[in-house]
Ligand binder design. Structure first.
Ligand code: SF4
Ligand code: SF4
Ligand code: SF4
Length: 358
């Protein structure tokens, strides 16, 4: 039984707590025999990377917590077997004594997780907080600091990793940091009727990949469509909508996510038989207004409260907040005596209330 790190990208909000916690645990603080202190600058044993995808107006930002993957067949260990070892719990540790001067350890890591400390002549990286785990902690500092449980340290046998992915640079090395919901590609677009300059709502959109598999969706109230978490591939997009000629476009998302832009559909039917998006929106607004009017008409009239109200000062014309029980009262602004006015207004409101309750 050994534990693995599991990172759920969908739960990571980019707060950087994990990164800060790692610094707090290791900067200016050596934990012999596990590690020398991490320098304040230049090293990130835990780093929250930002991955920006798409093009304006459809842009998505994902946060990718990134660290040493404690590989089963670690390249850093092969570079200096006498100085790097793998513990029984799976953590890969660089011995701070034996690794002195061995820059090759830093050079060997395919994902650059090892930093070379020029002052100490020492390669350094995440220790998995082995010093804490050996002293009763269940999880490392970074995991403990994560508020959303995006970052977990769990028994491998107790977590479903079928949908998980690992860093491709470490293929074959047995990395032990697993990512859930790692960003794939998206294809987005907008469907547009250039003749009436309106978006096409409810158009059917089919996305077909090179393997022939098809995904389907429809455009929303803004004419937009989006296919998320699709594989890097070249896709065919087939569009159809009532009254419009079918259209097909191609898009290549092998390297980047795509907003394919405004796709124009040519109207080929009888316009009067197909209400435009604006007409549909107008009809929806009218129906909502009618419903609201009916609701208001059916609501019981509620008498105004008499305890607190406002009067307009006859001397300065300003609005003065008051209440019926206040007794004698003066304007807050010009100090005019408003006692009689307040009494009259209170009597008037009381009469209204009585009438409403009758
Ligand atoms: S990620 Fe790099 S430093 Fe970490 S164990 Fe694998 S090869 Fe070594
Ligand atoms: S396990 Fe410890 S050393 Fe590794 S990234 Fe997390 S806090 Fe830093
Ligand atoms: S602490 Fe958790 S939520 Fe915050 S950046 Fe790190 S992994 Fe993401």
């Amino acid at each position: 039984m050994s534990k693995v790190f599991v990172v759920d990208i969908d739960k990571c909000n980019g707060c950087h707590n994990c990164q800060v916690a790692c610094k707090d645990e290791h900067c200016n603080q050596a934990w012999p025999p596990y590690a020398e202190a991490q320098p304040l600058t230049g090293q990130f044993w835990m780093k929250v990377k930002e991955k920006e995808r798409g093009q304006v107006p459809v842009v998505r930002l994902s946060y990718i917590p990134w660290m040493c993957n404690h590989c089963e067949d670690a390249a850093c260990m092969k570079a200096a077997p006498d100085a790097v070892h793998r513990r029984e719990d799976g953590l890969v540790i660089i011995d701070p004594e034996k690794a002195k001067g061995k820059r090759e350890i830093a050079d060997a890591c395919p994902v650059g997780a090892v930093y070379y400390n020029e002052e100490l002549y020492l390669p350094q990286k995440c220790t998995g907080c082995a010093h804490l785990l050996d002293n009763g902690w269940d999880v490392p500092r970074c995991v403990d600091a994560c508020p959303t449980e995006a970052l977990r340290y769990v028994e491998e046998s107790e977590v479903d990793l079928n949908e998980a992915t690992t860093l491709s640079e470490l293929d074959g090395a047995g990395p032990r940091v697993y990512y859930l919901n790692y960003p794939k590609r998206f294809v987005a677009g907008l469907v547009f009727d250039p003749e009436v300059e309106e978006v096409v709502v409810g158009a059917e959109v089919k996305l077909t990949g090179s393997d022939g598999k098809t995904l389907e969706t429809t455009t929303d109230d803004f004419g937009d469509f989006k296919f998320d978490q699709v594989e890097a591939d070249v896709y065919r997009i087939d569009l159809s909508a009532d009254g419009y000629a079918d259209k097909t476009v191609q898009t290549d998302v092998r390297e980047i996510d795509r907003f394919v832009g405004d796709i124009e559909l040519e109207f080929s039917g009888d316009r009067s038989a197909y209400p435009s998006a604006a007409e549909t929106a107008r009809a929806q607004r009218a129906a909502a207004e009618l419903k609201w009017t009916e609701m208001r008409a059916s609501m019981k009239t509620v008498a105004p409260a008499t305890a607190n109200f406002a009067v307009v000062c006859p001397s300065c014309g300003k609005k003065v907040n008051t209440n019926a029980e206040a007794g004698s009262i003066r304007c807050q602004f010009c100090k005019a005596d408003l006692t009689e006015l307040v009494k009259e207004k209170a009597a008037e409101l009381a009469a209204k209330k009585a009438a409403a309750q009758a």
